[in-house]
Design a protein around this ligand. Structure first.
Ligand code: S3P
Length: 187
């Protein structure tokens, strides 16, 4: 994977990056997949906020929603992401609804290079149908829920520093775009 990437650019990011890179966007946009690839390419730590919440609490995201509800989940999510933002250079993938918490939105905007991974709704639906681990999509019509969430969240995602379409599954092209963005914003 890394062999296609420009080693000079990688080196420049490794030398100059002084804050986390945050990937955000709707469920199914590839935040965790791209985040891991980016972290590998840059040889930086990778954190998926959902996984950190699960590990810290010894409980799955599904169980948190079932037992305590979304509000409690958002509290843990906020605390976790604010802690992660205190790291120096690293890659963080947030859950898709994280920016709905005002403190998270502010923290991400102020303390990271923030990236919105955008994917068209039909592609999102195809991707999330395969995975049953998303509590917000369990009931009713997942397509309608995704559309409603997208409409509500788009103004939050819009506030991220860099916007990138991930509707095609060309991960290498996505990585190259992120690397170019990082090079231009750290120099
Ligand atoms: C959520 C997205 C999920 C997870 C939780 C809530 C959301 O993360 O945080 O199920 O509100 O969109 P992914 O975006 O990684 O699926």
């Amino acid at each position: 994977m890394t062999t296609h990437l420009d080693t000079e650019k990688i080196h420049s990011i490794q030398t100059n990056l002084d804050r986390p890179v945050v990937l955000t966007g709707m469920m199914g946009t590839g935040k965790s997949h791209i985040g891991k690839l980016l972290a590998d390419a840059l040889d930086l730590p990778f954190y998926d906020s959902d996984q950190v919440i699960e590990k810290r609490g010894g409980i799955s995201i599904n169980e948190i929603f079932e037992l305590y509800g979304e509000e409690k989940f958002r509290e843990s999510e906020c605390k976790t992401i604010l802690d992660l933002l205190d790291n120096r250079a690293c890659i963080i993938a947030t859950g898709g609804g994280a920016l709905t918490t005002p403190d998270v939105l502010k923290g991400v905007k102020d303390k990271s290079h923030s990236i919105w991974l955008k994917t068209d709704i039909p592609t999102l639906i195809r991707r999330v149908e395969k995975n049953k681990n998303r509590p917000l999509l369990k009931e009713k019509d997942p397509e309608q829920i995704l559309r409603t969430l997208y409409t509500a969240r788009a103004p939050l995602y819009e506030q991220m520093h860099f916007h990138l379409d991930t509707s095609s599954s060309d991960a290498n092209a996505v990585l190259e775009s992120i690397i170019d963005y990082l090079v231009s914003s750290i120099n």
